[in-house]
Write a protein that binds this ligand. Sequence first.
Ligand SMILES: [Ca+2]
Ligand SMILES: [Ca+2]
Length: 265
Amino acid sequence: MKNKIIIVCSIIATLLLVSSVSAVPFFTDDFESGLGTWAINTTTGDTCVISTNKPYKGTHNLFASMDGSTYNSTWGGEYAMARRTLTSLTVVYARAYVAVISGLPLPNSSDRLNFIIFAGLNVAVGYTGKFQIRSLNSTTTTWNVVNTDVTVEEGKYYCLELAYIENSVGLEEGKLWIDGVQKADIFFDRASLTLGYVDFGVASTYGSYSGNIVTVATDNVVVSNSYIGPEPVDYNTLMYIGIPVTVVVISIVVVVYKKQKHIKK
Ligand SMILES: [Ca+2]
Ligand SMILES: [Ca+2]
């Protein structure tokens, strides 16, 4: 009996240790301590800053605003995004809580707003008001789009998770989860683009520019090498729960072992 208890507890402890060790994200940010190493990229008149306006958790978030008055005429849009560099990754998952505070509905049929961007792979909302995943095709001149069935409500936070998976060079895959449910899967060839970064915030492209003012809040970002999922079952929580639970299980093993030893005597 004693040996069985020890074996079972040891297996549980090992599993918890393995899960907590493998669950280390590349980085996390709840935007409670400033911009840190984020690089900010914006078009004229647009901002991407730490804000106290409608955080998802805590008191701060990342707040992106596009003024709708000056834009990049070359590709027909504006952007206000925070960027982190990624190096030599063939699999990467990026999760964030995102709310479109203002700017919906989009005025023209080719308009869209992008919230999470890897090179050539975006999570966006299109003119229809639904979340979508977008990827460049192999010629890098047109976009493939898969719409989800999730209509975006202004002011509501959604848990968006975008995965980039390089099955082989030229056969890249994108997956999108919304509030923990997989909603889209798309294949593409990123061609000459390299996966060198991930952007959060908002970037627009317009079919015909309308001067739409858009604000987007982002909070609780996690970037990792495997599926993250919504809070509280995210990597931070697994780390925080996994380690103490492991300690408790090991303590039980020790107590049971000592007790059995005592009874035997
Ligand atoms: Ca926060
Ligand atoms: Ca602008």
